[in-house]
Design a protein around this ligand. Structure first.
Ligand SMILES: [Mg+2]
Length: 268
């Protein structure tokens, strides 16, 4: 364990390659901070072109799904590739070449109303950005002054109290209001795995090994969902408690890792 981090997925590549030998990886990836470096504004977090090319190669070989906290259409536009499956809003809104699923009932309408209320409450606070995403509303405070954080959180709590079926979830420099349902990236991953696995069985009958790469606390649900069965890789510069078995330091290392994965023969 280097510097208290999980073992590096690059330094332990041989071990990972052995687990994948003769099997098919099902690749699940977070977007922000994993494929794309964290940007000061969400719309600036573009996908590096070499990473896009590797995703294209990976998708030609097997299922690739992006599981993001962003809205589904937003993250699909940023990745810009057909043939991938996109699970937006932490898995509440899923669409792929052969898949479509939305969780819950009437959620986008309630999210819209909550977003309008948040804009009212936060209108006087510079740098607090409200981003409705159909199945969640994000309040970004990366650009706000640190001393405004308590006021921002109070406003979020006040709006949440008006919508008892939403819950507040903290993230990296954001709060989110999300449906208070037992559904997360882990549930979405397991649902997708079943849906995608059935299709894979028709083709080659091979065993599918789920692989998940993510950097945020919400990615821990996905790591736990595949613990013992798949390969979890945490993207982190600093040691952190995680259910992932391996780590990578940044999106650059993720790109190198995915490149190896795309180049690895599926049979030994
Ligand atoms: Mg992330």
């Amino acid at each position: 364990v280097r510097d208290g981090l999980r073992p590096s997925a690059l330094e332990h590549w041989e071990e990972i390659a052995r687990r994948l030998a003769g099997r098919s990886p099902a690749v699940f990836l977070d977007y922000d901070g994993t494929l794309s470096p964290i940007a000061p504004r969400p719309e600036l977090a573009t996908l590096p072109e070499p990473t896009r090319e590797i995703l294209r190669r990976l998708a030609a070989r097997g299922p690739v799904a992006i599981l993001s906290g962003r809205g589904r259409e937003d993250v699909a536009a940023l990745v810009g590739l057909d043939g991938l499956t996109y699970a937006g809003s932490h898995g509440f809104d899923i669409a792929g070449p052969t898949l479509r699923r939305e969780i819950g009932d009437g959620i986008p309408e309630r999210i819209d109303r909550a977003a309008a209320r948040l804009r009212e409450e936060l209108s006087g606070i510079e740098g607090a950005l409200v981003e409705p995403k159909r199945f969640a509303v994000a309040i970004h405070y990366r650009l706000a002054r640190p001393e405004d954080l308590p006021r921002i959180e109070q406003a979020v709590d006040a709006v949440r109290a008006e919508y008892p079926d939403l819950r507040k979830v903290p993230g990296k420099k954001i709060f989110e209001l999300r449906p208070d349902l037992d559904w997360d990236k882990g549930h979405a991953l397991l649902w997708l795995l079943e849906a995608l696995h059935v299709e894979r069985l028709d083709e080659d009958g091979g065993e599918v090994v789920p692989l998940y790469v993510g950097d945020d606390v919400t990615d821990e649900d996905a790591f736990r969902a595949i613990e013992g069965r798949g390969i979890g890789v945490l993207v982190a510069e600093e040691p952190r408690e995680t259910a992932a078995a391996y780590s990578l330091r940044n999106p650059e290392e993720v790109r190198v890792f995915l490149e190896r994965l795309a180049g690895e023969p599926l049979t030994p």
